[in-house]
Design a protein around this ligand. Structure first.
Ligand SMILES: *Cc1c(COP(=O)(O)O)cnc(C)c1O
Ligand SMILES: [Zn+2]
Length: 419
């Protein structure tokens, strides 16, 4: 059942409003075609705030009044969200800030994407559909395949053929129909859209589908609740298509609209120099007073090693640009080497093990501190969006080598004594 709190959809580009019956994917105004955002009755949610504050539900369904469906009858049975917010005392004191990591490696398919897939898939099931598709750099697909397996839904995934093998293994094992496209993610995206519309399959692809953002925003609810319904000063977010950061923004806005929190944190978009469309677009419009309609994304030729954020033209890029501009945040770009080094630094200092994109937010924080863009003592959350086990080849580039020894203990003891 559709939530009574859900009022409709609104275009993030031109502001046109739609009833739930009218628009399924993008804004249908011909000159626009922007992405849509779900709108709720926030006063109504505020009146019933105790439903959330006293909820015994675990994971993302704690925040059901902010979700598009009225109950959890058709949600997947796996635990999505409810991930730990881990404070690192060691890195906090080293860096002079109060630093938390949001450990989203702990989702069923080991990435942040499960938040999106769980909500989008439930919307599809509420509509009585039994087929779902998605284009993906790897994680959105492996997540959707995982969740679809948990409810026995047909699932079709389009990935660029050079996606990391662990992600492809997940897709295949979960039983999805997997198309390895001889092309880029952007090309896989278009192919998925064309095929899905031809055969009337629910397309979860990022940007196109307004419901992924509804799942992704739950991370902000969890961060705020873990901080006693307060918010950090900054949230550092890795940005590819820009859907995560747009969800983070929406979550914090909604908490504010519904009276749960008193302010909205500054959002920092972190990108690789080798996939920096959102950063370039922010630079282009820096200090300029432009309406969302006037913003045109800069297209790049993405080559970053962080496959999950390798995107030529971000599918939710405008929302990402707005998230940064409208929270008074900024963007940071870093090298692939800095991303790889951050994998090791996070792992050895915190016990978390991120894939390259999952280490990117932290790499961006280091850069921002070097450039003095963040005051000392700030309270900061870095999102850790995907597990390092998904991309072992990247991890091995910075892991170092084990020490080879014979079975005779004297050799090991000699090494340990430093002689
Ligand atoms: C998808 C993904 C991102 C980026 O999210 P966007 O919505 O594409 O900006 C970051 N990290 C990981 C691990 C991801 O899978
Ligand atoms: Zn529009």
């Amino acid at each position: 059942m559709i939530s009574e709190n859900l009022k409709g959809l609104k275009c993030l580009r031109c502001g046109k409003e739609y009833s739930l019956k009218q628009a399924r994917y993008l804004c249908t105004d011909e000159a626009c075609g922007g992405n849509l955002e779900a709108v709720y009755d926030y006063a109504r949610i505020e009146r019933n705030a105790n439903v959330i504050k006293n909820s015994r539900e675990k994971g993302i369904y704690r925040y059901l009044p902010f979700l598009p469906f009225a109950d959890t009858k058709l949600t997947p049975p796996l635990l999505v969200g409810g991930t730990p917010l881990v404070k690192s005392d060691k890195l906090s004191s080293r860096m002079g800030v109060e630093l938390f990591f949001k450990d989203d490696t702990r989702n069923p398919s080991a990435s942040f994407k499960d938040r999106a897939g769980a909500v989008a898939m439930t919307v599809a099931r509420e509509d009585g559909l039994n087929r779902i598709s998605c284009a993906s750099t790897g994680n959105a697909g492996s997540s959707l395949a995982c969740l679809a397996a948990s409810v026995g839904m047909n699932c079709m995934i389009f990935v660029p053929e050079k996606a990391p093998p662990a992600k492809i293994a997940q897709l295949l094992l979960f039983g999805a129909k997997v198309f390895a496209v001889r092309g880029t993610y952007d090309e896989a995206f278009d192919l998925c859209a064309e095929v899905s519309s031809e055969i009337n399959c629910f397309n979860r692809s990022t940007g196109l589908n307004p419901w992924t953002r509804e799942g992704k925003k739950t991370v902000s609810f969890e961060i705020a609740e873990d901080m006693g319904w307060d918010v950090p000063d900054y949230v550092f977010v890795p940005v590819g298509d820009g859907n995560i950061i747009s969800g983070v923004w929406k979550g914090f806005r909604e908490l504010f609209y519904a009276g749960f929190t008193q302010r909205i944190p500054k959002l920092i978009a972190v990108q690789s120099k080798n996939s920096d469309s959102v950063h370039k677009t922010l630079e282009k419009y820096k200090g300029k007073d432009v309406s969302p309609k006037e913003i045109e994304l800069v297209k790049v030729n993405a080559t970053t090693i962080a496959d999950s954020i390798s995107v030529d033209l971000p599918r939710d890029g405008l929302a990402a640009v707005r998230a940064v501009r409208e929270t008074d945040g900024f963007s940071v770009e870093i090298s692939d080497d800095e991303i790889l080094a951050s994998i090791k630094e996070i792992a050895s200092n915190t016990g978390l093990f991120p894939e390259p994109a999952g280490a990117t937010a932290y790499a961006g924080l280091k850069k921002a501190l070097e450039d003095r863009k963040v005051p000392l003592k700030s309270r900061i959350v870095c999102l850790v969006t995907g597990s390092g086990l998904k991309d072992i080849n990247s991890a091995l580039k910075v892991a170092g080598k084990p020490i080879s020894v014979s079975t005779d203990k004297s050799e090991t003891l000699k090494i340990l004594s430093g002689k």
